[in-house]
Unconditional design. Structure first.
Length: 323
């Protein structure tokens, strides 16, 4: 399976990094607690597992163009679906909405189905899913019929899998992708020109290290791809809970228990540094050993690469502070 990436030179907003300062951390923790309480309430009302609701909300939050004024709940249901076609006055009475075949529901008991009320939004989204059923495959069908995009469904299901495993949505830890106990070096190389396979830009940061240096997951996510790539050699792709695909290329090999579909967390060893790639399976040694680390953001419409260097610098500092 090849990776087709749409690469644009765009500014990247602050994505899933730890806040600094005690008051900001406390406010963030309170926000996570409030969200989790709403997800659990919605589960109790509808029997849709909370981690599916949380994953939908997480996906939409990370698809927004502007996260400067972050809301408690980020799911946004189009007016025509919420109120129904013909309800041009946007009447919030649930009986009127139902008459016009709208999906809007009253989730907080105030006798109004208001798309600006978090409980109403979650209750409505859960009921949209419930039309198909609460089981995993039924949820996937519901998501596809709502979003009509395979990558969106995959991202939401991966995020739900992570939330379910760790029983939490407050997953902000990070790690540096190579072992700090080994010699390594790196600089910003994103956007540099490459010639193998045709003129293209370098979609990542090269971290030079010796053969066999452990390569680790930087984030919480799910292994989406594993195997040979013409450019990247033995590589692993991990999709995280922030709609970001992390690409690890030129590996010399994998950890024995790493497999597609596996949930990983920061610090999990994925494989080791090598110099594979630029040829058919098994090609190695055409360049010095290094890890190619790439990051690709999905905004709900397209997927594009961005410079991982600033994030690597921050995660390196975080890892050193913990060691």
């Amino acid at each position: 399976m090849s990776i087709k990436i749409y690469t644009f030179l765009v500014p990247i907003l602050f994505i899933g990094l730890l806040y600094c300062g005690g008051q900001e951390v406390l406010a963030e923790e309170q926000l996570y607690d409030e969200r989790m309480a709403l997800y659990k309430k919605t589960e109790a009302l509808t029997q849709i597992p909370w981690y599916y609701i949380a994953a939908i909300d997480q996906y939409e939050r990370n698809s927004k163009k502007d996260d400067s004024n972050e809301k408690v709940i980020s799911i946004s249901i189009p007016d025509e679906l919420w109120y129904g076609l013909g309800n041009s006055s946007l009447i919030k009475d649930e009986d009127i909405i139902q008459f016009f075949h709208g999906d809007g529901k009253d989730g907080n008991g105030d006798n109004k189905a208001d798309p600006k009320q978090s409980e109403d939004v979650l209750f409505t989204m859960a009921n949209i899913i419930l039309e198909y059923g609460p089981a995993k495959d039924e949820v996937k069908i519901a998501l596809w019929n709502y979003y009509k995009r395979d990558l969106t469904v995959k991202t939401i299901m991966n995020t739900a899998k992570v939330f379910r495993k760790f029983k939490s949505i407050n997953l902000t830890d990070r790690d540096f992708p190579v072992s700090l106990n080994h010699n390594y070096s790196y600089r910003s190389t994103w956007g540099n020109r490459r010639g193998f396979g045709g003129l293209r830009i370098h979609e990542g940061t090269d971290i030079f290290a010796g053969y066999g240096t452990p390569v680790k997951s930087t984030t919480y996510g799910v292994v989406e791809l594993k195997g040979w790539n013409l450019y990247g050699g033995w590589r692993i792709g991990i999709r995280d809970i922030y709609n970001i695909y992390h690409y690890y290329g030129h590996l010399s090999g994998y950890e024995d228990d790493i497999k597609v579909g596996q949930v990983v967390q920061p610090g999990d060893v994925l494989g080791s540094v090598g110099s594979t790639g630029y040829g058919p399976p098994g090609t190695s040694g055409k360049f010095p050993p290094h890890l190619h680390y790439g990051m690709y953001k999905d905004n709900g419409h397209s997927e594009f690469s961005f410079d991982p260097f600033p994030y690597l610098r921050k995660w390196e500092k975080m890892a050193k502070d913990k060691s």
